[in-house]
Design a protein around this ligand. Sequence first.
Ligand SMILES: [Zn+2]
Length: 211
Amino acid sequence: MSRLLATLIRAITGGARTAAAGHNDRKRAAAMKQKTTGCVACDSKNVDELAPDAYRCPDCGYEGGDGYAAYQADLWMKEADALDAATKRARARELLTSAEADLAIARDQTVRADEAVRAGGDSDKLPLFLAALRALGEARQGVERAHYLAFGEPTTALADIDLGVDEAAGVSASSLPLGGGALRRRAAQIAADVNGVTAAHAAVSEKLASG
Ligand SMILES: [Zn+2]
């Protein structure tokens, strides 16, 4: 399940729990853990907690942690919730336009990646896979956000998409398989995921057109 989605669902279903006493215990435990490991960028132990497992390092300015993506998604949702209905629709349309461009890139790069794998040899295929995955990731986030703005609740349609992304490092070559057969299966999976995001995109477009 994507972190954004997990955060969206948690925000919808568990909003009341965040005020409960357990929250402070978890916050303390997370802060303790981060104090032990320190900043991954400069090793400073002097980090400021932003949210559970999310921190900012005052020494080097690095922001990160396992919970950082969820923290950013929370911030985004609070902003989204505060918008009036017309602005929500306008933002959702912008996100869909941008996601459409990302989907076109993801489709194109996936075809080229698959062709490069079939051609064999030493052609550098990994940048094509990475470009496809980055564009797919952008498109999915845009469609998830547009869905939240249009429907007022998170979508569960895109939960099964696994980008193989290391949240801290972003999309990286180490998440890709090495063999030709495995790479071709990966390309087919990315193409299927592009179709999934395209279908979710269409559903939000339809909702915006009808409402
Ligand atoms: Zn630092």
